[in-house]
Design a protein around this ligand. Structure first.
Ligand code: C5P
Length: 208
């Protein structure tokens, strides 16, 4: 089973991406790539790829603003990531995703994140009932908690590689997919790097 989601935060050649396609579960794109190559550039890069396309814009606004963004990007998106702290009334509760999936951020992967937000974010996520949740590979205890609180949700987990978690750490703690960006796309040979990471992950999963 393919368990790696490639986070493309900097331009990458379409040729390389196509070569990696078989080893990936999905791609995740967000503001850095959109600002580098534009919406049309992102569209060209993603067109024809047989992978789920997750737009990580960390939507966090009133419903009208978020709906205008979704409307623009929906032709190329299969899923959107939003922040849960924005709450339900006037915001997530009226988000019109037009058939696209929603992933809510329950915790961030960087060192400065304040985990005491979690009870509130969990309450919002329970009410909104998204397809999936984002929880950090850098905090295995948080992934275990999210898995316990949301046994049936898809959990996707960033923080592997450049941010310190090892391939397989998050899945061993209960995540379904691991998100990796720089560890792959900044490598001199991204295609080989993906293979190497996949092998490491398989070995780790065998142990846990
Ligand atoms: O390059 P790297 O593997 O660190 O990329 C991780 C990606 O996941 C980035 O796009 C980052 O914005 C995103 N992300 C994260 N932590 C979260 C949610 C998203 O690192 N909690």
């Amino acid at each position: 089973m393919r368990r790696i989601i490639l986070s493309i935060d900097e331009p990458i050649s379409k040729e390389k991406l196509v070569e990696m396609e078989d080893g990936l579960a999905a791609v995740k794109v967000g503001w850095p790539l959109i600002l580098s190559i534009g919406v049309d550039g992102v569209n060209k890069l993603l067109t024809g790829l047989g992978l789920k396309k997750i737009f990580d814009l960390k939507l966090a606004d009133i419903d009208n603003t978020m709906n205008l963004i979704v409307e623009k990007l929906k032709p190329m998106a299969d899923a959107f990531i939003a922040h849960s702290f924005i709450g339900v009334r006037g915001s997530l509760g009226s988000l019109n995703l037009q058939g696209r999936e929603l992933y809510l951020v329950l915790s961030m992967s960087h060192p400065g994140w304040n985990e005491s937000f979690y009870p509130y974010l969990r309450e919002v996520a329970m009410e909104v009932n998204p397809e999936g949740l984002v929880a950090p590979a850098t905090r295995p205890s948080v992934i275990r908690k999210v898995r316990e609180d949301f046994p049936t949700k898809v959990v996707i987990s960033p923080g592997v590689g450049a941010q310190g978690a090892e391939p397989g750490d998050a899945i061993c703690s209960g995540a379904d997919y691991e998100i990796m960006g720089r560890a792959i796309y900044l490598s001199e040979r991204p295609v080989e790097k993906l293979r190497e990471i996949t092998k490491k992950m398989e070995d780790r999963l065998y142990e846990c």
